[in-house]
Ligand binder design. Structure first.
Ligand code: GUN
Length: 284
């Protein structure tokens, strides 16, 4: 059965839209998201366009601040400080990747924790690690929402996460663990990948290689979540999972496109709304 991320993200966005409207009626203001972009990475251009379009759909005010490729760490940090001090800004994201001369970690960690709607800063990551309320990385947060939507309870299940990035793999493992899954994280140095994947009740793959997960790596009845965003030989978007064949053995599977991707954007908007509510001390 398909885990329809597109439909679930629409449902989430409709709820956000309604809440934004209600809050605007009471407080005469809407949440504001600022996206900081450096250079013209083609994938980033597409992601940002989709983020701005989705923000407009739900009534969140979104602004893009664009810098040329040769911007310095100090110039970027100065902009982040200004946004931190702007009471009308609720969410700040720095679109990744950044050019090599910039220090991604240092820059992201300058974002005020209450406005860190990507959940990439050390404080929000630390809170997640401790199971405390935090702004959570949008992609794994969206995957948890998707599983909840389909009443999939992860407690006691063996979840295998393939990929250990700071954006997806690591926070995904912690979110699953916080909901009582037994979690294994695999990566490029894992020697017996196929055997580990075959033990998974829930298999999440985020490695960025098309057809990386094949049918023989999936236990019959497993739930398969594909975070990949790759281009195939014909230039079409495809995930990390050999969908056509894996679909035959999995109980649930996310398609690409229309699976995890749309949820990432919906959860970024949810985080922006949550940040607006928390920063103003609004009781909901
Ligand atoms: N680059 C790829 N995914 C993301 C994301 O979720 N947030 C940001 N800021 N950059 C990204």
């Amino acid at each position: 059965m398909l885990l329809d991320g597109k439909a679930v993200s629409l449902h989430i966005k409709e709820n956000i839209k309604e809440k934004v409207l209600q809050l605007n009626n009471i407080y005469n203001s809407v949440p504001k998201l600022v996206v900081v972009q450096v250079g013209n990475n083609p994938a980033s251009n597409v992601y940002i366009k989709n983020k701005l379009k989705a923000a407009s759909f739900v009534g969140i005010d979104a602004e893009l601040i664009h810098f040329e490729e040769n911007v310095t760490n100090d110039e970027l940090i100065d902009t982040i400080h200004k946004l931190n001090n702007d009471i009308n800004v609720d969410g700040i994201i720095v679109q990744l990747p950044l050019p090599k001369h910039l220090n991604e970690n240092d820059i992201i960690n300058e974002i005020d924790n209450s406005k860190d709607v990507d959940g990439f800063g050390l404080v929000n990551k630390g809170k997640l690690f401790c199971g405390l309320d935090s702004l959570k990385s949008a992609t794994p947060f969206g995957i948890m929402e998707l599983l909840h939507h389909y009443n999939i309870n992860v407690s006691g299940k063996h979840a295998v996460v393939v990929g250990r990035s700071n954006i997806v793999g690591k926070p995904m493992a912690i979110m699953l663990l916080n909901e009582n899954a037994t979690v294994t994280v695999c990566h490029s140095r894992t020697t017996n990948l196929k055997e580990v994947c075959l033990q998974a009740d829930i298999l999440v793959c985020a490695v960025g290689k098309s057809k990386f997960i094949t049918e023989d790596m999936v236990k019959p009845g497993a739930i398969v979540v594909d975070v990949g965003m790759n281009k195939n030989e014909e230039g079409k978007l495809c995930g990390d999972v050999d969908f056509t064949n894996v679909e035959k053995v999995a109980s649930y599977i996310t398609p690409v496109p229309g699976g995890v991707g749309p949820l990432t954007i919906a959860m970024l908007l949810q985080n922006t709304l949550n940040a607006y509510i928390a920063r103003r001390g609004i009781k909901c």
